[in-house]
Ligand binder design. Sequence first.
Ligand code: AMP
Ligand code: MG
Length: 479
Amino acid sequence: MKFSQLKLTTPYLDLDPIFYDEVEPTPLKNPFIISASRDAAKLLGVDEDIMKDEKLLEILNGTHKLEGSKTFSMCYAGHQFGYFVFRLGDGRAINLGKVNGQNLQLKGAGLTLYSRMGDGRAVLRSSIREYLMSEAMHGLGIETSRALALIGSDTEVARQTKEKAAIVLRLSPTWVRFGTFEYFNAPGKHDKLQQLADYVIDESFPHLKDVEGMYLKMYEEIVRNTAITIAKWQSVGFNHGVMNTDNMSIDGRTIDYGPFAFLDDYESGYVCNHTDVDGRYSFKNQPGIAHWNLQKLAVALSSIVNHERALKILEESFGATYETEYLSIMYKKMGMQESDEKDIELFKWMLGSLESATIDYTLFFRTLSTYDGDKKSILSLAVFQTPLLEWLDAYDERLKKEKRSSKERHTQMLSVNPKYILKNHILQEAIEKAQEHDFSMIEELLVVALAPFDEHKELEHLAKATPLKSKNIKLSCSS
Ligand code: AMP
Ligand code: MG
């Protein structure tokens, strides 16, 4: 099957028109294909090379429609940096329809009813970041929206300077956000909210359909899914940067990649978003913010879900699910298969030591994955070695309790500690090349993004420590 032969459906348009704006994409000038993910194309049932599809460019630019496609933007509200905004909506995203359980969406496709002060566009820089990061998160085993393809153009848009506009075709099993429910939690709109809940159950939680107490159970699953995704973020050192409720997917997957960053050196209070002056969305705050957002979702659902019971579920399930998932991943990253009552202490001590040592988070774990007692291999990565010395002694002792061979331990650790992480300075290099019309690095990054645990001998330079001047920098929200 070719990409351009797909037949789409548009179940979202069966909802009341208050849910969406039927709008046509506005094409970009002189568009050109930059990259496409063959791996993401497989999700749609596409088995012919998507890069060779003669309609790919036109479909992304909105000048050719897939069969059955009807284009629309979705309406939603949201809490932005703690404050409720009554109406946001897709200000620059236009949906094409659905196939194989994936909703296709063009990001940067022009003005919609919800564009407010914006121009409906996305710049090349942020589109490259979203394209690669969607695929990288998937490669890391973290639930995420995917990216099928990326196009560039000669259309100019004004940001701090003039920049070129681009479009990413994104895929997700759902584009409903916590904020979509928040939009409908208002007098006179509660019947719509129930319609939305039924739609979400059909789309994302079909096993709950017609089950007693299904809306509460749906909330319970959202709590669980969200806790698990955030635990995975924390384990790889991912800082989302804009955890507003409109950027929280209803099925708990990661969406809307903006000023995100992976930690270079481990720094728990790191804030990737330059405009987040209070550090609301700092790395360490992410679990707490997810919990806060889930509270807001419980409020939004209160016309169909008993509020006390929802809050009880939140309190009982979020922290416990998060903790179990996070520790289970972290113990695997540390190569600890047996359980020992002091593991939690050793783990907390490790994080403290990493922070004081000033050491690259990813490199630390990758190097630990082949650690054989030669402390130099780890210590040489740190700016300050002393904090790690004693910890490594304790770690050596702990490893003695492992029953499997060190070879087995190493193999398992290498499968959970990525070698390749799309750090900001690497993405920035790819962006600068792309701005000069050299897109080769995007292809290289796509390779490591989709297989971050594997060795890629010819791409070894992409796994190096971050240069000092680029470590833990902050990014602007403008995109
Ligand atoms: P974000 O925090 O990037 O997810 O965006 C928050 C809101 O602003 C969403 O409703 C976006 O659709 C909207 N938005 C962001 N950038 C633009 C733009 N350039 N044009 C129109 N709307 C935008
Ligand atoms: Mg958003």
